[in-house]
Design a protein around this ligand. Structure first.
Ligand code: SF4
Length: 298
């Protein structure tokens, strides 16, 4: 019997591509192992660029085919593998479904790899294709920009799914109709992004529509990804964090590569409600210490 060995070099999250390769080869009658001994066929998957070298070394020693965003931004699975239901048994503890209903995005944010990697938004998989658990993690980059957003939300509501829009929804696209359906779907936690201080009016408007339609605006139910260290000043970063905290909204600060020490401290403070609820950033011990330390050399 054909033995297929799959190697997940990142070991951080369940690897969706490997789950699909596994399903494909199991369907051909193969025995599939994950990070096992060398098989007749071996595949290495690498999502994070920092693991590229390690992945290529392993691929060489296993005579394996290597793929994934960490190796090649444009790497894609063959159509018949991409559009198969993932093998959820590859990660036996997994208790949720995972997949994309769309890929790409309508926007071209200069810090983001999605436009280059996936291009303009396009429909990708039906829920039927990959949903096997009630809990679903959606990896769509801009779900609400899909022309079929309404159809998909209605299907999720109909199927009573517990959905995590993991990559965040686009607050600039929220209107009454979308907000009302999101309220009906009732996701346990909603994520959005506020990456540019100039979008403040749209952010405030989106939040107020959600509130008006009945979505609870509190830190246990809603959070924003806040990109810092990219074309923004510390004051602007802090303004976005404070504005959201002021509405009892959680922040998930994301550091752009090469961020300054102050931005790192901001992330520590803003990503833990205990810190931002009990102290202002200026009074946060690590930033006070850093400022005192800098003053010594002035
Ligand atoms: S909206 Fe989000 S996914 Fe789309 S380009 Fe901007 S950051 Fe990337």
């Amino acid at each position: 019997m054909l033995k297929v060995n799959l190697i997940d070099v990142d070991l951080k999250f369940p690897n969706l591509a490997l789950m699909k390769i596994s399903a494909y080869w199991k369907r051909q009658g193969a025995v599939v192992t994950l990070n096992g001994s060398r098989g007749d066929l071996n595949f290495v998957s690498c999502v994070f660029t920092k693991n590229k070298e390690k992945a290529l070394k392993i691929a060489e020693s296993y005579c394996a085919e290597a793929g994934g965003t960490g190796i090649d931004l444009k790497s894609q699975l063959p159509h018949e593998v991409e559009h198969i239901c993932p093998d959820y048994m590859l990660y036996p503890k997994l208790n949720y479904s995972i997949g994309f209903t769309s890929r790409g995005c309508i926007r071209k944010c200069s810090f983001c790899i999605v436009p280059e990697k996936e291009g303009y938004i396009k429909e990708w998989s039906s829920l039927e294709e990959f949903v096997r658990h009630k809990k679903v993690i959606l990896l769509d980059n801009n779900f609400l920009a899909s022309t079929r957003w309404k159809f998909k939300l209605l299907e999720m509501i109909e199927r009573n799914l517990i959905v995590d829009f993991n990559q965040g929804l686009d607050i600039r696209l929220i209107d009454e109709e979308k907000a009302a359906l999101i309220v009906k779907l009732n996701p346990p936690y909603l994520r959005f992004a506020w990456d540019d201080v100039k979008d403040e009016a749209a952010v405030r408007k989106g939040i107020s529509i959600l509130k008006k339609e009945g979505f609870p605006i509190d830190r246990h139910r809603i959070g924003f990804y806040v990109l810092v260290g990219y074309n923004s000043t510390l004051e602007e970063d802090l303004h976005r964090a404070n504005t959201l905290h002021g509405m009892d909204i959680n922040t998930h600060v994301q550091l752009y590569k090469g961020s300054q020490k102050t931005a790192k401290i901001l992330a520590r403070w803003a990503n833990r409600p205990w810190y931002w609820m009990t102290s202002s950033f200026e009074e946060f011990e690590p930033i006070k210490n850093l400022r005192q330390y800098c003053e010594l050399f002035e």
